[in-house]
Design a protein. Sequence first.
Length: 92
Amino acid sequence: MIEQSSLDVQPVAIEGTVLTVSTVQNQQWLIEKSDGSTVPIKHSNLPHDQTFGIATGARLRILAEMKTSVSNAGVTKTTYEATHVEKINDES
């Protein structure tokens, strides 16, 4: 059994470009942010109408819960779970 000594949940907004897409519900998107860093975001709780048509290269704005946990051994882990997603239209 793994016990967590603390868990912090905060709402965050992430904008970026989709690097990987999976239609499997329990998979994650890999998003490249404008600073070049990448972040994996779980999307299993999003309704199908929000995820339909999202493809590699799409620009997205994602509202997510950032969950930071620290194990009893002192290891910090951060995960992101999407709560809402919308496509960003970069055309002017």
